[in-house]
Write a protein of this length. Sequence first.
Length: 249
Amino acid sequence: MKGLYKNIIINSEIDKTQLAVLIDPDKMKLKNVSTFIEKVKRSIATHILIGGSEVKENIVDAFITEIKSHTNLPVILFPGDINQIARNADGILFLSLISGRNPEYLIGKQIEAVPKLANTSLEIIPTGYILIENGKKTSVERVSETIPMSRSNIDLICDTAKAGEFLGMKLIYLEAGSGATHPIEPTIISKVKSTLNIPLIVGGGIRTKMDLDKAIIAGADLVVIGTAFEEDETFFEELLKPELKITAN
Ligand code: 1GP
């Protein structure tokens, strides 16, 4: 599958809601993937992201094989470490944690990843990853040993995002962290979006349809939700494709 990035741009231009369901193989059993994906397919989800902060080696491939046997939705790696790079995905968010000052997560892991990416057909999408504090310490903060950006310094968040764009990154990902207490505020999303000429991903702590709508209205081009689906798969019912909704006559 080619053109993942191009499609994100096209969908964004026509204001199509783009929702990525995040599957963390550390938090889901392989045998439950098929029923989970059936629910994903009935929803408005447009992408599947796969990865996590602490995924055991060599299980990502098996998850992707299983996911792809049930859906044609694009599967994009969202790796917490290089052991999560699997060649059977469609693409990879090639992340650099530009909110942090840990060289390992700015450039070190990326160099280590190069031999693993050689001879794959993965679409590599350079992504500036910005972690913003959300009220509790999340696993990204713990694993990366970086300090999240303060929610109150919006100018600095905007400048960081713009610096990512100037460095040639194709996407900016505003991250509140998995299971965040508060999602990224719409004010932050809209200011960052107005600064950028590249698509914006927003994730972390989005638990309701209203949170999703707020992020989209504020300017997120792609919203990522993981924990809310892990905790309650009935949430998919609130995000059904329009044609599957029962209309009252
Ligand atoms: C985490 O942004 C993603 O990296 C999704 O966060 O699990 O809180 O939805 P949640």
